[in-house]
Design a protein around this ligand. Structure first.
Ligand SMILES: C[S@@+](CC[C@H](N)C(=O)[O-])C[C@H]1O[C@@H](n2cnc3c(N)ncnc32)[C@H](O)[C@@H]1O
Length: 219
């Protein structure tokens, strides 16, 4: 988790990577993650496919990181009540600054741990987790807590890394992301993730773009 304190300081580089913004970012996304421009667009669509247009309920995003992917979307959700949580103060500061510059008002930013969410049971209509679960240390608590705070009939959606889809990505994750503390093993495969979500939720759809699994689950 501490690795992201550092990323907060380097958030411009992190954001360029996440948004496929320039040539070095695009080369890295292609080389390490197998995502060319077309696949990157699919990845983005997949990450947010669970959020209905004009969503108007209570939404939790965990982890928000610097908000580089999600905050632009919240500009359109004018009737939603949005809470964004992250463990890293530095990442949160970058997200808050982004929201301020975008003139995005009314989003609640909170520092906290997904393994111990500061909300009552059945509080949210939708929970979004983009690139979160591969980075969480206590994954069981994270699955349980996100489930606990979601209303019955609510949606849990987002995306995460899964192993077994691209051997170069798996090597990169094992030798760099895991070692540096950006990710925490054990990592799910597409099959184990499908089983896990189908056992927990009343309905779960799981897709993938290379090593990124997208999920939309109904409690
Ligand atoms: C790969 S980043 C993803 C951020 C963002 N969703 C995105 O896609 O740009 C992973 C984030 O998980 C956060 N994180 C790691 N462990 C956490 C925990 N236990 N509770 C909340 N956030 C956590 C890190 O601080 C980091 O900001």
């Amino acid at each position: 988790m501490n690795a992201y304190q550092l990323v907060g300081h380097l958030s411009t580089f992190f954001d360029r990577m996440m948004t496929n913004a320039d040539l070095p970012a695009r080369l890295a996304l292609k080389f390490f993650w197998g995502l060319d421009d077309e696949a990157y667009q699919k990845f983005l669509k997949q990450a947010f496919m669970g959020i209905p247009k004009n969503f108007s309920g209570r939404l939790l995003e965990v982890p928000v990181g610097t908000g580089v992917l999600s905050l632009p979307m919240y500009k359109k959700l004018v009737d939603a009540e949005i809470f964004c949580l992250d463990y890293s103060e530095n990442m949160l500061e970058a997200a808050k600054e982004r929201a301020y510059k975008m003139n995005l008002r009314g989003v609640n930013f909170l520092q906290g741990d997904v393994a111990n969410l500061p909300f009552e049971d059945n509080f949210f209509d939708l929970i979004l987790s983009v690139n979160g679960f591969h980075a969480f240390l206590d994954k069981i608590a994270a699955w349980n807590e996100t489930y606990r705070v979601l209303k019955r009939g609510g949606t849990f959606c987002g995306c995460m890394y899964v192993k077994g889809e691209n051997s170069r990505t798996d090597l990169f994750v094992k030798e760099f992301c895991d070692r540096q503390g950006f990710f925490y093993p054990p990592h799910e495969t597409l099959t184990t993730l499908k089983n896990l979500l189908n056992n927990k939720y009343s309905r779960a759809e799981v897709s993938n773009v290379e090593s990124f699994a997208g999920f939309v689950c109904i409690k």
